[in-house]
Design a protein around this ligand. Structure first.
Ligand SMILES: [Zn+2]
Length: 114
């Protein structure tokens, strides 16, 4: 099961990377939120030129997608534990390794991906 161990290591490393991204974005948003609070009247006139509200929307979007990645990563690890990793949830066929290399958290084969 050496290959599966490799896969687990890869998934866990990726999961860790995603968790770090979520943490960083949460921190950035918290910092920005307090910056907005301290300059309520100046929301759209940030001295750096970029409106804080636009930056906040950007970060919130990134955080949402990072959390989604984290959810998929956790799900992939769970499937690996259950012995169901790499099997398409839609058609039940094994997902080609090449597709998993590109997207390790993929739960459907390319043919079943909407
Ligand atoms: Zn499929």
């Amino acid at each position: 099961m050496e290959h599966e161990d490799d896969r687990r290591g890869l998934l866990l490393a990726e999961q860790e990377r995603i968790a770090a991204r979520v943490t960083k974005l949460e921190r950035d948003i918290a910092a920005l939120t307090s910056a907005r609070r301290s300059s309520v009247d100046d929301d759209e006139h940030d001295p750096d030129g970029e409106p804080l509200s636009a930056r906040w929307s950007l970060l919130a979007g990134l955080l949402e997608s990072a959390r989604d990645d984290a959810r998929q990563a956790a799900e992939a690890v769970r499937r690996l534990d259950a012995g169901a990793y790499g099997v398409c949830v839609a058609c039940g066929q094994p997902i080609p390794a090449g597709q998993l290399d590109v997207r390790p958290f993929r739960e459907r084969c390319v043919a079943c991906t909407p």
